[in-house]
Design a protein around this ligand. Sequence first.
Ligand code: ZN
Length: 429
Amino acid sequence: MAWDRRKPSWIKSAQGKALRRYLSQDVYPYSPYYQVRFEETGVGQRGIKSRADLDKVPLTTFDEIANPASVVLRPDEQSIQQYARIGLVARVFWAKLWRREWVVNQRLIDPVYKPLHWHVDDGFPIGSSAEDVERLAELGRRWLELAGVARYDVVVSVLPPGPNLAYWELVLGARQAGVSALHLNPSTTVEQLAAARPNVLAGRPGDLVRILEAARPIARNLDGLRTLLVAGARLDDGTRRHLMNLVDGQAAVVAAWAPPGVRALWCQCRDGEGLHTAPDAEIVELVDPLSGVPVAGDDGEVAWTALDWKGTVFLRLRTGVYGSIDDSPCPACGRTTPRLLPTATTEPGFARVLDSHPKVQAWQAELRTVEGQEELIVYISIEPNGRPGRLLRELDRHLTVTQFVVMDRRRLDARVSKHGESRVLDLRP
Ligand SMILES: [Zn+2]
């Protein structure tokens, strides 16, 4: 049975097993960056036994990785002898004995690990091995299946061709799905597009709006169109409504998107809400944006962990995406792969808690590191008869705050304006 029809409990336990194997046999031995971090935090090679242990792994941000090569898995003879499964160690030994080291590299290591395909996310180079490229093709095929693209549809893409994830996932996915595809570029004219008679049009939100506005009436100029695949940028609700008006009920609008660093797009299904994730290729969890502590279910920042990817590997990567995760069967397609329901704003959950509380007048949050521990200080001004003790205890249940500093409105406003109106100050090194 495929992962997308399994019970959430089965998925979680299978992810736990895959994670344990992946971290101890691939990430720890061959990622210089995470090996150091696992040692620093006492996790070691085998400290992660299940999904529940994942929070022992520190969160990762793009900014703290000075050298992109340090997060690429790079096995060499020494690390294999030290850490690898006994089978691989033996094969390296025999190859060396017969002075055939090239066999080890070419037949055993390169196909699995050598990064040979690159794309760039937010200026950061992301490497993929041959195995990863095959996997991306399969995930691309699933994207088209979720979007309701049929085998005899013709896909025309105006995604910008280049080293970006959406373009390559569509190229590889269409090939894997056996779907005919023509890859043009964003400056394609309506005449060129219409000549290809697309059933499926793929592109970035703004490019699709521009092209469809020029193609009106759609029923005459693009009469075969039945699916809009929106990718390459996040689709906001306003643009979605605009696209739906432009296609006038003739085509479905289906979005796919993922933040930088995530190795395959998260995909909406046809007529569904939220974005399906791929539990066999990733672990998606929610954390409190300031403390980094995992939050159950509801509302938090998405932290993304690779599962079995080679090349560039991130664990618990902070994505800056906020939302909730639903692992009940999708009402539209019935699949049980966890769906991410992103919130429209990028405002973190704790900001909404503070903003929505009737007795909080104003606030500012400060995050800093003291002797290696992260601390969250919230400066707060409250209604004159706001019963501070009770209010702070109540807020404390929703937030992980080291200290509240109560001050009057005037001083707090001065503090906020001194910091350029910024209400969240991240002073961590
Ligand atoms: Zn669905």
